[in-house]
Write a protein that binds this ligand. Structure first.
Ligand code: ATP
Ligand code: MG
Length: 265
């Protein structure tokens, strides 16, 4: 991802695709998200890193609508979506974060992708296609084929998902995200439990397949996201510790002390 062109790309101009303003979420006494004000630009690859319990997943839940904020707001493409239910946010282009459990092993690769595409097409076109649009099946097949091509599983559509090798299954998972055609893709630790080699391949796949989307990626490991990210946000105890290009974040004293324990990079 981080070509030299992208390294010089400025993210300070243009309207952000996603903004959080003083976003706060409490669970009783615990402040899981603490006054977060963030801006993510269209096309940006932003990684969210931080130790266990830093509030990374809670932030995703607030953006997707799985949780409502205690205070503050979330703007998507300039519109306040803070109080919208999750399905309405999907319709606006906020991608759900898919996990391995979203792959139906008994279905074929094609059926899995088609199902994911269908759910979103239905949600997005419920008004304009209320009585059924003759083009919607064509759209669906076209999108399914397009996704299979992008994830390198064209020609494998008739295989059962349960028979896929590990790496191909990860491809299919990314395909299920793409099938919903989101403007913003959120991935919560997609490499959890993987070997170093699987992790490298998955990071490459994500960078490659989602190059034209705005991506929010949660990770623990700063080294893993150094190459893929345009910018990195470090969370600690719900607060933003730092945001910047990878080199700046890795060199940040506060980040090194609080998160890396110093001297890791
Ligand atoms: N539904 C909930 N009810 C109560 N507390 C919660 C809830 N969800 C999260 N928390 C708490 O909020 C804090 C932040 O949790 P969160 O899952 O967002 O962290 P995280 O950065 O994703 O951690 P990890 O790296 O372990 O996934 C934690 O202390 C967690 O126990
Ligand atoms: Mg988490």
């Amino acid at each position: 991802m981080a070509t030299s062109e992208q390294e010089t790309k400025s993210f300070d101009s243009g309207a952000p695709v996603l903004e959080t303003k003083n976003l706060t979420r409490r669970f009783g006494e615990l402040v899981a998200t603490d006054d977060l004000t963030l801006e993510v630009q269209a096309g940006e690859f932003r990684s969210i890193i931080g130790p266990n319990g830093a509030g990374k997943t809670t932030l995703f839940n607030l953006i997707s609508g799985a949780l409502l904020p205690s205070e503050g707001s979330i703007l998507f493409q300039g519109e306040d979506v803070s109080q919208l239910p999750p399905n309405q946010r999907v319709r606006k282009g906020i991608g759900r974060s898919f996990q391995i459990t979203n792959v139906f092993g008994g279905l074929t690769v094609r059926e899995n992708v088609r199902l994911a595409a269908q759910a979103t097409l239905r949600e997005r076109s419920v008004v304009e296609n209320f009585f059924g649009n003759k083009d919607s099946f064509g759209d669906l097949n076209e999108r399914t084929d397009d996704v299979l091509g992008r994830i390198g599983l064209d020609g494998r559509g008739d295989e059962r998902a349960s028979t896929l090798a590990y790496g191909d299954r990860r491809r299919l998972e990314i395909g299920l995200v793409l099938a919903t055609d989101p403007d913003l893709v959120m991935l919560d630790e997609p490499t959890a439990g993987m070997s170093a080699e699987e992790t490298r391949a998955t990071m490459e796949l994500i960078s490659d397949v989602l190059a034209d989307r705005t991506v929010l990626l949660i990770e623990h490991d700063i080294e893993l996201v150094m190459n893929a990210s345009d910018r990195i946000t470090v969370l600690n105890r719900g607060s933003e510790l730092a945001t910047g290009v990878p080199e700046a974040v890795a060199a940040n004293d506060e980040v090194q002390q609080a998160y890396l324990g110093g001297g890791v990079l």
